[in-house]
Design a binder for this molecule. Structure first.
Ligand SMILES: NC(=O)c1ccc[n+]([C@@H]2O[C@H](COP(=O)([O-])OP(=O)(O)OC[C@H]3O[C@@H](n4cnc5c(N)ncnc54)[C@H](O)[C@@H]3O)[C@@H](O)[C@H]2O)c1
Length: 387
């Protein structure tokens, strides 16, 4: 096996997701084929308490700072992962690109459409910088299989598509408010900004772009306690249901698509799902049952029987993990990062399934902006998604 080239990486935002990247990099030997290997050399956060976990686990870290410009000015850093709250995306992403650093940014890739468009404009002005946006759930084996089926297009006529991301982390009314529940930090999209990219990655990659959106937005918990114990307004949308009409990209008919982003879905934890119902073939996959892909083939007059298949560890990038073992969130993170570095190392490579591209992040913003308008006005909105 050829020795992979080391790529020095910096992390800006060392919270929940920063640690996930660090651990994915540490698990790199699990990947059997790779051209490059990420090494974490620099970390940045305003919260110094987070540094010890990194420095005690990663001897490779030489820069620890509260100023992200230290990473941008470091010519030894090749790639940056930026995982900060949404109100910081625009400034930091633009600064990273202008510094000539390749990066993977977190969703929603700008707090709103205007911020996203300014980020996109800077990326277009700097075409040598390789930029992608995070979205790991389509790297679960079941999701990956469904993506292959979308290419094969054996649905017959698509009857409907349902996609979404559900969790119940806000069902507890006593949960203290944090930045994800504050409009000025998380953004006006609320749950859609947090979860929309997860739900829309596969539809957007498949060319299933809503021409018509009618959204229902719910603010179920309108007040939460802050850390001081005072009850303060909690103004973000908790749940959103997008009812969309989609033109089939090649076959001249339209079909309905629902996209749900729920922070309050009793009983759910981190449930990502996609379901495609067709006249000849249907498929569905949910991380609630992460092993199992369900499909149904139908011929006129035949039986309507769903088939369940346990997929095992059938990842896009082969690993040392046995094929009968189980796949989980951290595996999806590893696969997403493998896709990022594969595309970075092999520009123009035909990817089986890749990370969200900047132009796809913009389409997702246009969909969420239309949904926000629809939810607030009660009207159906016809977004202009293509340039
Ligand atoms: N892909 C996923 O599954 C997933 C899951 C959760 C969050 N996210 C996204 O990741 C991003 C971060 O979310 P998180 O859950 O990791 O949040 P977090 O609050 O756990 O971490 C964010 C970190 O950014 C730091 N920070 C704030 N201002 C900073 C500054 N000026 N300089 C350096 N660091 C600064 C904070 O101190 C904090 O440690 C968001 O965009 C969020 O939407 C993605």
């Amino acid at each position: 096996m050829k020795k992979p080239k080391t790529v020095n990486c910096g992390i800006i935002g060392c919270g929940l997701m920063g640690r996930e990247f660090a651990v994915a990099a540490a698990r790199w030997p699990a990947l059997l084929e790779k051209d490059v290997r990420p090494e974490i050399t620099a970390i940045c956060d305003l919260n110094e308490d987070l540094f010890e976990w990194y420095t005690s686990n990663f001897d490779s870290i030489t820069t620890v700072t509260k100023n992200y410009h230290d990473l941008l000015n470091d010519e030894n850093i090749d790639v940056i992962y930026c995982s900060v709250p949404h109100n910081l995306h625009e400034k930091m992403y633009i600064d990273i690109v202008k510094a000539g650093k390749h990066f993977l940014g977190e969703k929603p890739f700008g707090i709103d459409l205007e911020a996203n468009e300014r980020i996109s404009a800077t990326i277009k002005e700097n075409p040598d910088v390789f930029v992608r946006c995070s979205s790991e759930f389509p790297f679960f084996p079941g999701a990956h299989e469904i993506h292959k089926m979308i290419h094969e297009n054996s649905w017959g006529k698509i009857i409907e598509v349902n996609t979404g991301f559900l969790h119940s982390s806000d069902l507890n009314f006593e949960k203290t408010i944090n930045w994800k529940r504050m409009v000025n930090v998380n953004g006006e999209y609320g749950c859609m900004g947090d979860l929309g990219m997860h739900a829309l990655h596969i539809p957007i990659r498949s060319g299933w772009l809503p021409k018509k959106i009618s959204a229902t937005l719910s603010n179920i918990v309108t007040e939460r306690y802050n850390k001081a114990g005072d009850l303060v307004p909690c103004e973000t949308w908790d749940n959103a249901t997008l009812n969309c009409e989609v033109d089939h990209p090649t076959e001249g008919y339209s079909f309905p698509m629902t996209a749900k982003t729920y922070r309050i879905a009793p009983g759910e934890t981190d449930t990502w799902y996609i379901e495609i119902l067709g006249t000849k073939f249907s498929a569905r996959y949910s991380t609630k049952y992460p092993k199992t892909l369900q499909t149904m083939s139908y011929t006129n007059g035949g039986k309507q029987e769903w088939r369940s298949e346990d997929l095992g560890y059938t990842s896009q990038y082969k690993t040392i993990t046995g094929g009968i073992f189980e796949f989980g969130f951290t595996d999806a993170m590893l696969q997403m990062w493998a896709a990022y570095f594969d595309e970075l190392a092999n520009p123009g490579k035909e990817m089986p399934f890749g990370c969200i591209r900047p132009e796809e992040a913009t389409i997702h913003h246009k969909i969420l902006t239309a949904a926000l308008e629809s939810g607030k006005t009660g009207k159906t909105v016809y977004p202009k998604l293509a340039d």
